[in-house]
Design a protein around this ligand. Structure first.
Ligand code: ACO
Length: 401
């Protein structure tokens, strides 16, 4: 007695596509991916060119407005973002409600969602000016909130943003700075950080962006939608992968154990997966991984880092890239394999990795939300393939066996 679902839909057409492997959920002009050849374009510009010639705030402008900014537009945009870097002082009190050992992603979900309690004008989603200011607020405040998560865990005073510094430099200053000292952030690290932000800025309809769009399709406010995106990003199959890479390296422990773990990854009965390998869309090399790999080697060389865990990562990369199982299944290292390694070299604790991904991806989320709200849209309402019981008679409790 199987229910014929095709009779339940208006036009009789019913597609079943678990994991949305071949279903487009929307139209979008923001980002193009060709997974077969490993191409990623934002508003038509290749990620390689953007990473080499642009900077994060310029990429933010381009994602939001569709064109590269002129120098005046860029200056104006940067200055507007800087005007919004502070968070309301009441947010400090909100932080105090969390345990010091809370995962920073747990705090991010709560604090970003709670921004809707502070900026009432941003809740007017039908006003384009209010939508614009919401985008500025989010891009500007995410580094401040992210750094506050870190300082809170350490029990150190929060650092106010320094608007005379660049976006990435200011973030590192708020993370590692001390209120009694001048900012002293290495330009190499600031550049590496900026590149990580660029490479994570957008990636079309991934799980978190689709979550933001779906939440937004009900008319929910943008802060609530971004908080939903942050929650979706947290999982190890998505944004949590960079943290999972470092945890996996801990578990592998030494170069001598790599073969055992490669064998586990190939074993169908073992749930272990090589974290930072594979991608739903890229069945050729992830172009962001190519840029991140270069950046990773540059940073390690420049910092003269000599960490056994990083050596282990490089050996794992070499072995997996030459293994027929990974080659046949087109499982290449993805962007998060290298971003985790760079972040570790910069001195960012593992628990903050996904927070940095969320900070970078905020522009993509808000650009997609805004694109959806600015055009005619419908509430997202997927159907299901029902596999439960057919209709049956209710049995009163005293007659049940
Ligand atoms: N290690 C070992 N085997 C793997 C891995 C891996 N990391 N990834 C995929 N496979 C295998 C699967 O077991 C499957 O084998 P089968 O065909 O014999 O059944 C095959 O490769 C295809 O994998 P799927 O899981 O079907 O691919 P899917 O597109 O659903 O998943 C995903 C992609 C989630 C990224 C997966 O590769 C994975 O879990 N990787 C590790 C986590 C990770 O790095 N995530 C970050 C993604 S990038 C980002 O969010 C920015």
């Amino acid at each position: 007695d199987v229910i014929d679902v095709s009779k339940l839909v208006a036009n009789g057409v019913f597609t079943f596509d678990p994991g949305f492997t071949s279903t487009a959920s929307c139209e979008s002009k923001i980002t193009f991916i060709d997974g077969e050849v490993g191409k990623l374009l934002h508003r038509g510009y290749s990620i390689e060119e953007l990473a080499a010639k642009s900077d994060y705030l310029e990429v933010c402008y381009t994602l939001l407005y569709g064109e590269l900014p002129t120098s005046e537009q860029k200056e104006q945009f940067v200055s507007t973002i800087k005007n919004h870097t502070m968070v309301h002082e009441q947010i400090r009190n909100f932080f105090n409600g969390f345990r010091r050992d809370a995962h920073p992603m747990a705090i991010m979900c709560g604090v970003v969602g709670a921004l809707s309690a502070f900026y009432h004008d941003s809740l007017d989603i039908n006003n384009p000016q209010h939508r614009e200011i919401t985008a500025y607020r989010l891009i500007a405040k995410m580094p401040t909130i992210a750094a506050m998560c870190y300082k809170y865990a350490l029990g150190q005073p929060f650092m106010y943003p320094r608007n005379d510094l660049g976006y990435a430099e200011n973030f590192l200053h708020m993370m590692f700075g001390n209120p009694c000292e001048e900012s002293n952030i290495s330009p190499t690290l600031a550049k590496a950080m900026d590149r990580i932000f660029i490479l994570h800025a957008d990636h079309e309809q991934n799980a978190s962006t689709s979550t933001v769009r779906l939440a937004g399709s009900s008319g929910a406010n943008p802060f609530a939608c971004i908080a939903a995106g942050i929650s979706a990003l947290w999982g190890p199959a998505h944004g949590g992968a960079n943290e999972a890479v470092l945890n996996m390296l801990d578990e592998i422990g030494s170069i001598d154990n790599i073969d055992t773990y490669i064998a586990k990854a190939k074993d169908k009965n073992d749930p272990f997966k090589l974290m930072g390998f594979g991608h739903r869309v890229y069945k050729n090399y992830d172009p962001r991984a190519t840029v991140m790999r270069e950046s990773c080697h540059e940073v390690l060389a420049e910092l003269g880092v000599n960490d056994p865990k990083l050596e282990l990562a490089m050996k794992l990369e070499e072995i997996a890239l030459n293994d027929p199982y990974f080659k046949d299944k087109k499982l290449f290292p993805n962007v998060d394999f290298y971003s985790g390694i760079i972040l570790k070299a910069i001195g960012i604790p593992t628990s903050m990795f996904t927070v940095i991904f969320a900070l970078s991806r905020t522009v993509g989320w808000i650009a997609h939300w805004n694109e959806m709200i600015s055009n005619p849209y419908k509430i997202g309402r997927p159907r299901q393939l029902y596999t439960g019981e057919a209709e049956r008679e209710f049995v009163p409790v005293n007659e049940r066996k």
